[in-house]
Write a protein that binds this ligand. Sequence first.
Ligand code: BJW
Length: 229
Amino acid sequence: MAENIVILTGAGISAESGIKTFRASDGLWENHRVEDVATPEAFFRNPLMVQQFYNTRREQLLSAAIKPNAAHQALARLETAWPGQVLLITQNIDNLHERAGSRNLIHMHGELLKGRCQTSGGLLEIDHDLTPALPCPLCGKPGCLRPHVVWFGEMPLQMETIYQALARCDLFISIGTSGNVYPAAGFVEEANRHGAHTIELNLEPSQRLTAFAEHRHGLATDLVPHYVD
Ligand code: BJW
């Protein structure tokens, strides 16, 4: 029977498409660490600042310059060609995996091009700036529509499906993530526990390096097509 593959991606896979990673030396946003902006407390205290963080990133994602790269494309090819199951779990809120053609995809930290009504939980496609004064199209309350992203202290999305897939997988591949943020940083142990082969593909050794059976270091656009094809 064909092997089941689970792939976890992080900001490093989109770096060569022109999207900044979080923890690189130039990864600060207007001198704020992501840990200080991406929290429900920050949104409560200063919704304008947090909305601006996501407005800037949404505008960038929608610009013509940002496109899927060879690593996103290689993973989409793998999903089509592989006889077993390939589940792609991304921590990224950009849409570059789906634009490259990946379909069996979980956005565990949400999606930049969606907003969520805090009253009803309903989701909306968003291609414009959000501001605290804007009435929510779903419930009418000003400032109610928030970015559909998972902040620190919030539960990442589709965790049950993810843990079920990790329990069944034969191969776990982690690409372009620093291994600083849980629960994603713990997926390698879960895969190990269930007997999967585990491999890290990253620019540099991650925080979780020693948990992986195998690692390769370099640019995602080199490593991923080479590994997959
Ligand atoms: C390249 C490259 C190239 C560059 N090619 N590679 C203490 C211990 C353990 C846990 C906790 C703790 N205290 C608090 C926690 C929990 C907390 C947490 O992990 N905090 C840490 C800071 C310690 N986690 C949470 O709160 C999460 N929720 C939670 O735990 O709920 C409870 C729960 C319980 C039980 C089960 C399940 C849940 C929620 C985390 C939400 C994270 N949200 C963010 C922001 C929102 C989305 C957004 O704005 O985009 O998500 S934070 C930010 O970090 C973002 C990312 O998805 C995430 C991960 O970052 P990533 O992708 O790894 O990026 P970088 O920049 O760190 O790394 C990039 C890597 O790429 C680097 O290694 C480069 O070398 C490499 N690279 N160029 C290949 N060209």
